[in-house]
Design a protein around this ligand. Structure first.
Ligand code: SAH
Ligand code: SF4
Ligand code: F3S
Length: 472
């Protein structure tokens, strides 16, 4: 679930405001890192830290990192070098020493190496320790040396986060909300179980309270996050375990919350109650990110995914039975150790059979400490390149076809802001495509019906046909 959106690292920066200390957060990786960055800003706010638009203006810089593929990790040290230079320049200009913190999955996996290779870093903190940031900042100031926190204290993180609505959330119409974190599935290729720890689910009531705060600040669409979000099994408030379908039902009762999404789901946890929820819960959007990784049973087995290609086809069939307009996106890895030409062709066949609205695809990247990295039969780089190009060409064709068949239909669009051109508005369709059309600014924040007239690879264009599509 790393981003491009979901998957090539994305940078998000906090927006400016007046505060005693400037905080600049650089976020790479998945949506959970985006959520975590906002929460780190929340815990630092009582200390007087507010958003600084650039690293040059910041008293503290947090680099929130991703370890999922080699390339994501490589970038960390070059970025740290750049931040160090900025700090030196600020010191020359007479500013106090900028605090540099490394957070996220690289901090968790390579904390000690970071301190060895970049000793000028002040704080290294793993994803389960963000609530300790204020204490770490104080410790670093007192001791004058680097402070490292990479424990996995279960459940503490969410309990310790501030409960008031975060000011920077105000004005946002869409938000991420982490409901489940960590992973016990240990896919052969993946670092997440090592960087995020064991699977834990937050209690329903704590999530409900956070969602209500978000909606009170104007949020209309919430994406529930988890590394395996559909493995969610939080306390329902009476000591019993609630599943994701139940959680989504509870949240859908919040007045003003128009749309609910969830990601990333694992096919193994796509149970019947969640499938049925796509029929019964009208707040659930008809768009599901359901990574399959490969269409070959041999590779799926080697990956330890715990399901076959036909089981995946069957899940999709059941979903489409209850929600015929449901569209899918997925993640794919080409060149997992042992993947033959025949295995790759099985992936191409699965893509042809399902038809995806969008997808993220990657060359297998060996990650230190994971079982697949040590396997013989690694696939040659040029073979991976060719397979990736072939797969991406097919996926792009399907994305174009999906967008094309929306031309001539009417879609409900949540208007999220102004478009690039004067008089233009921009929003998102149920399928997460950006949609552009003309309309008055007062409509920002509402859901309107838009007749789709044009399409590009990544966006749609249209005209408003009805201004109030949903009460929100
Ligand atoms: N929990 C999600 C995926 C999280 S990681 C799931 O189980 O589907 C996000 C995506 O990154 C994965 O779906 C996978 O396609 C990709 N990925 C993870 N490890 C990788 C590796 N070592 N090489 C290439 N891609 C990888
Ligand atoms: Fe990684 Fe597999 Fe867990 Fe997804 S299910 S986070 S791919 S180990
Ligand atoms: Fe990357 Fe960690 Fe997310 S490795 S994809 S930031 S869980």
């Amino acid at each position: 679930m790393e981003t491009v959106t979901a998957s090539s690292p994305e940078s998000t920066k906090t927006s400016p405001a007046r505060n005693t200390h400037g905080l600049h957060v650089i976020t790479w990786g998945c949506q959970m890192n985006v959520y975590d960055s906002a929460r780190m800003a929340d815990v630092l706010r009582p200390l007087g830290y507010g958003p600084a638009e650039t690293a040059e203006e910041a008293d503290m810089i947090i680099l929130n990192t991703c370890h999922i593929r080699e390339r994501a990790t490589e970038k960390v040290f070059s970025e740290l070098g750049r931040l160090r230079k900025i700090r030196d320049e600020r010191i020359e200009q007479g500013h106090p020493r900028t605090i540099i913190a490394v957070a996220g999955c690289v901090a968790q996996a390579e904390g000690k190496e970071i301190l060895a290779r970049a000793p000028y870093v002040d704080l290294v903190l793993g994803p389960q320790t963000y609530h300790k940031l204020p204490e770490m900042v104080a410790r670093a100031a007192r001791a004058g040396g680097a402070v490292i926190e990479t424990d996995f204290p279960t459940d503490e993180k969410f309990d310790a986060l501030p409960t008031e609505a975060a000011p920077q959330t105000a004005g946002n119409l869409t938000a991420f909300l982490t409901v489940q974190e960590g992973c016990d599935k240990f896919c052969s290729f993946c670092v997440v179980p090592y960087t995020r720890g064991a699977e834990t689910s937050r209690p329903v009531l704590s999530i409900l309270a956070e969602a209500e705060r978000m909606v009170a600040s104007g949020v209309k669409e919430i994406t529930l996050l988890g590394q395996n979000v559909n493995a969610y099994h939080g306390d329902d408030g009476s000591g019993k375990s609630a599943n994701l379908a139940y959680l989504a039902e509870v949240l859908s009762q919040i007045p003003g919350l128009a749309r609910i999404r969830y990601m990333t789901s694992h096919p193994r946890d796509m149970d019947q109650s969640l499938i049925d929820a796509h029929h019964t819960n009208s707040a659930l959007m008809p768009f599901l990110h359901l990574p399959v990784q490969s269409g070959s049973d041999n590779v799926l087995k080697a990956m330890n995914r715990g399901h076959t290609a036909d089981e995946y086809r069957n899940i999709v069939r059941r979903l489409r039975d209850v929600r015929p307009d449901l569209a899918l996106s997925s993640d794919f890895i080409v060149g997992h150790p042992g993947e033959t030409e025949e295995d790759f062709e099985a992936t191409m066949q699965l893509v042809r059979d399902i038809g995806f609205a969008s997808a993220y695809s990657f060359k297998y990247s060996p990650r230190p400490g994971t079982p697949a990295a040590g396997q013989p039969l690694q696939v040659a780089e040029d073979v991976k390149d060719r397979r990736l190009a072939q797969l991406q060409a097919l996926l792009r064709e399907q994305q174009d076809a999906f967008n094309e068949q929306l031309v001539g239909t009417t879609q409900e669009v949540l208007i999220t802001g102004k478009g690039r051109k004067p008089g233009q508005l921009s929003g998102r369709s149920p399928y997460l495509q950006p949609v552009h059309f003309d309309g008055p600014e007062e409509l920002i924040g509402s859901i309107v019906k838009v007749a789709i007239t044009t399409r590009r690879t990544n966006s749609l264009g249209g005209v408003i046909v009805q201004e109030t599509a949903a009460a929100c």
